[in-house]
Ligand binder design. Structure first.
Ligand code: PLP
Length: 380
């Protein structure tokens, strides 16, 4: 194999060419500060607001409900912390399989004594138990936020978001969902799905890094979390990242316009990869929901115990294949990730997360499956 294969698209994705062009245009022609009232400022303001309009329309939200942030990490911190600091939330119900930016924020909130934090049990395939959620909400009426991710970044399991939103509405509690891995892959209509807060990150859908947004439902507004200037209608101070925002809007537009076609491709790659691995490697297993409730681009593979199991990721890298042993933030840690531990994964088996994009091909699938068979069957 004399080319590199990138199967780590849940970590980050390459920029689409059209996104690069859109960003370059801003860099060359719109350097103004969107807060300035003169010509240059007004031009920059216009492109920021156009981008907001594009994103709002794609999600069937209103423009006043989209706020730009530096990342999904910031968006998640903003919602969780602002609600307990400023809006009287006294209890947060979440799950142990959330991304670290949610889990570590919750741990900090708990340590500060700001709110009670409870984690729902999860099934073997990674679904939080919604019956337990319902009984907890039924039991007491403490002001509560439910924070459950839309799609898991390590094992791909997707939340039953409609049912979760229904339960939250029924008991009058707020609902936040980290939608980082789902946005641009799963159709989202915010008029139909009654989530109060949703976070997203451009670099997961072929947009630029360091740019994200948070959707805040009109009737569930929060107080600012970062203080300073009056940007983002006083909600998020700091000069807007005009290049990033324009690139993100372009990337989301492309993702959603081509969603069905892209998903067909991703599902195809995932299914042939699974078939080939089953055919070539004895006792191979897959983590997460293997039915319909799974993100199209993520396949978490659990390999049978092997002498060189710990070296698998490194040997793949040497062979020109980039994949991940968990979420990128946890890479390099040799024990099972918090997500694998939560679903009761057998830690003697080595897990690798493969994640695809529209740029991957069936030939790459064949090559990687072949290489994996070779690496896991070597005896000396
Ligand atoms: N949430 C999930 C589910 C993610 O996969 C990631 C990135 O890995 C994040 C949050 C953090 O996003 P960002 O890189 O924009 O901070």
């Amino acid at each position: 194999m004399n080319r590199r294969i990138y199967f780590d698209n849940a970590s980050t994705t390459p920029l689409h060419e059209e996104v690069k062009i859109a960003i370059k245009e801003v860099m060359e022609n719109h350097f103004g500060n969107p807060s300035s009232i003169h010509f240059h400022g007004r031009r920059a303001r216009t492109i920021v607001e156009q981008s907001r309009k594009t994103i709002a329309k794609l999600l069937n939200a209103s423009v006043g409900e989209i706020f730009f942030t530096s990342s999904a990490t910031e968006a998640n911190n903003m919602i969780l912390k602002s609600l307990v600091f400023e809006s009287g939330i006294k209890r947060i119900i979440s799950s142990p399989t959330e991304h670290h930016c949610v889990l570590h924020s919750l741990e900090w909130i708990r340590q500060m004594g700001m709110a009670e934090v409870t984690y729902l049990p999860v099934t073997k395939s990674g679904h939080p138990d919604l019956d337990v959620l319902e009984s907890m909400l039924k039991e007491n009426n403490t002001p509560t936020l439910v924070s459950l991710m839309y799609g898991n970044n390590e094992i791909g399991t997707m939340l039953d978001i409609e049912n979760t939103a229904r339960i939250c509405r029924l008991y009058g509690v707020l609902f936040h969902s980290d939608a980082v891995q789902a946005i641009g892959k799963i159709p989202i209509d915010l008029q139909k799905t009654t989530v109060d807060y949703l976070s997203a990150s451009a670099h997961k859908f072929h947009g630029p890094k360091g740019t994200g947004f948070v959707y805040i439902r009109q009737e569930s507004m929060v107080k600012p979390f970062i203080h300073g200037g009056a940007q983002e209608r006083n909600m998020r101070a700091g000069t807007e990242n005009t290049y990033g925002i324009v690139g993100m809007a372009k990337a989301l537009e492309m993702a959603i316009q081509n969603l069905e076609q892209n998903n067909r491709h991703l599902e195809y790659l995932k299914s042939i990869f699974k078939q080939k691995l089953i055919a070539k490697i004895k006792d191979i297993q897959f983590n997460g929901d293997q039915k319909n409730n799974s993100l199209p681009h993520i396949l978490s593979v659990s390999f049978p115990p092997h002498r060189n199991g710990d070296l698998l990721i490194m040997n793949l890298d040497i062979a020109g294949i980039s994949a991940s042993s968990g979420s990128a933030c946890a890479s390099g840690v040799e024990s099972d990730s918090h997500v694998l531990q939560a679903i009761g994964h057998d830690s003697t088996r080595k897990t690798i997360r493969f994640s695809f994009s529209v740029y991957n091909t069936p030939e790459e699938i064949e090559d990687v499956a072949e290489k994996l068979a070779e690496l896991t069957q070597e005896t000396s």
